[in-house]
Structure formats: structure tokens, C-alpha cells
Write a protein that binds this ligand. Structure first.
Ligand SMILES: [Zn+2]
Length: 101
């Protein structure tokens, strides 16, 4: 509804990693899709600072593992679907790195 706010106008979100509820202003936005092809209807997940930092500590040279994981999520690993899924995942990790410092 227009004009409906919570008390104080502070919106809360839930961390997707640990399930904690926290003020949105304290949360980190996390786009688990990480793709630039689909923006319409996109919704962002949220992470608390602790979980966000944990993600950023993951090494980035795990692309082979990543490829293996992605291959299991698509019907035809040799198809363009795999390439897109892989790029999504890679961009996802890169984004986390940029945000995290
Ligand atoms: Zn968390």
C-alpha cells in the first residue's frame, strides 16, 4: 500500500545465509542471479555484514569447481545455457569481491 510504513520507517530484511533479521540499512544487497541479461522483476537478497564478509573471503581461483557445480544445474552442459549459467556464477563471485574490499 502507498504510504504504509513500519514504526520509524525502518525496513528489516532477513539474511539469506544465517536467517538473522536486521535493518535494511545495515544489510548488504546480494544479487544471487548476478546476470546482466535479466533485470526485469529482479529482486535482491540480503546478507548481514558477517555473512557477506564470509563470502568475500572465498578464493576466486575455484573456477573449475564452479564449472562443475554449474554443469550439474543445467540440462545440457555443452549448451549455451551452461555458458550463461557459468557467467552468472562467475559474475556473482566477482561482484561479491568488489563490494567487499
Ligand atoms: Zn547472516
Amino acid at each position: 500500500m502507498f504510504g504504509s510504513r513500519r514504526d520509524g520507517g525502518e525496513e528489516t530484511v532477513v539474511c539469506i545465509a544465517c536467517g538473522d533479521e536486521l535493518p535494511r540499512s545495515d544489510a548488504r544487497e546480494y544479487d544471487k542471479q548476478g546476470d546482466r541479461w535479466t533485470r526485469h522483476g529482479k529482486r535482491f537478497e540480503h546478507l548481514c555484514v558477517d555473512c557477506h564478509d564470509d563470502l568475500c573471503h572465498q578464493p576466486r581461483d575455484e573456477l573449475e569447481d564452479l564449472a562443475t557445480d554449474v554443469a550439474q544445474t543445467v540440462d545440457d552442459p555443452s549448451s549455451e545455457a551452461f555458458a550463461r549459467a557459468f557467467q552468472r556464477e562467475a559474475a556473482d563471485r566477482a561482484d561479491a569481491d568488489h563490494d567487499g574490499r
